[in-house]
Design a binder for this molecule. Sequence first.
Ligand SMILES: Nc1ncnc2c1ncn2[C@@H]1O[C@H](COP(=O)(O)OP(=O)(O)OP(=O)(O)O)[C@@H](O)[C@H]1O
Ligand SMILES: [Mg+2]
Length: 460
Amino acid sequence: MQSKGRLLIVEDEKIALKNLVHVMTKEGYDVAGTQSGATALGWIESQSFDVVLTDLRMEKVDGMQVLKKCRERSPDTEVIMITGHATPESAVEAMKSGAFFYIAKPFRLDDVRKVVREALEKNLLKRENRQLREQIEGYEGKVKIITQDPAMLKVLEMARQVAPTDCNVLITGESGTGKELFARYLHYNSGRADGPFVAVNCGAFGEELLSNELFGHEKGAFTGALTLKKGLIESAQGGTLFLDEITEMSPAMQVKLLRVIQEREVLHLGGTAPVKTDARYIAATNRDIETVTRDGSLRQDLFFRLNVVNLHIPPLCERKGDVAPLSYYFLKKFSVLMKKEVNDISPEAISVLENHDFPGNVRELENIIERGVAINTGQTIELAHLPEKLREASAQMFRKKEGRVPSLEAQEKAYIRWVLNEAGGNQTVAAQMLGINRVSLWRKLKSYEMDDGTLLDGTP
Ligand SMILES: Nc1ncnc2c1ncn2[C@@H]1O[C@H](COP(=O)(O)OP(=O)(O)OP(=O)(O)O)[C@@H](O)[C@H]1O
Ligand SMILES: [Mg+2]
């Protein structure tokens, strides 16, 4: 029979202890019992109990100390006090210190059973709530950035350092690399973490609408402005304003924004009195920073204001080592969210993922794993659960010819031929691309009888 819960009984009277252990074991609990408060403290330190039933008055270590230890070591554990010398004061004291219930001797066994059952129900509820909270916080509230890539770790270290400062930050990187994630990381690791994180996609609105959203307007500022509207800059008061796709903002708006950042006050559309603002600004763009500052999509003066620190996130194809850890991270996330038991990814599937270039970066990988979990009926993401496009690309590499896989030699020949072709026939360049020296390449070409004029035309 499966245990209904783990119980610790601490009672210095031998007979009473034996009785309680016997009764509770019969109830289906997994019971540990001791006459010594000191032993109980050691057990609480090293094991986990759902409910602790303890005598209050004991020699040396008493019930209050047992209760205190439980509160320190395992906040979910419920403690029930028993005593033969019940005084109202000690009952109150025990309850105040967090005891679940207080039972006075002599007691009816039925009462003890009932109280233990209720304590267990509460314990279960607490644990479920905590697990749920951890899941939600782990994946939504607190920001987790997964990486083991040396270049990314440097970016992360830099982010860790600037987060608590009030510096404005410009985050650059291709689409889907994690710019918004980093912006949230900065916010939640700053003194503004309890304030709002407000994200605006500057590319999602037309000029007028964006201006209205950012700066707000006074009542009657234009036809249809029936009430006063606060802007997003004000909404980010005490928090962080994340300006995504900053280069999509018109130059005129950029001037207005620059003024707000510098003056720390905002003027509503149609307003005359500026309103004080206090936001930290984080901007992002997926475009090349040199190009956008040169072609004017991002005004130099605004650029300097925002780019106090630049965090550049490398594309996923430049950090293939992150593919596996990210895959497992997303696997866990989606298994929990979809309440499925998918908990592994086959080596073949990982290898196909690692060979993919991910133009959509981490977001693309996330979507692939989400789909892999959704369509899965087993416990492992296999090749079959990956998108066809990816599987095809990998099959191409190992296509069977007349029912047989090509030999290693044939594969090597084909590969060298392809690299030579990529190198425009230049053997020195090809050797560099292959990571071998020129003489080794020449030897291979000789031994494969490839050192003739047919080198350039061949594809595998
Ligand atoms: N290192 C990482 N660890 C965990 N999750 C990540 C990581 N990088 C990106 N993600 C996740 O990938 C998804 C895309 O990231 P995000 O939205 O931050 O990208 P982005 O750079 O802002 O993209 P876009 O330019 O398209 O707006 C998000 O769900 C994010 O949580
Ligand atoms: Mg984004």
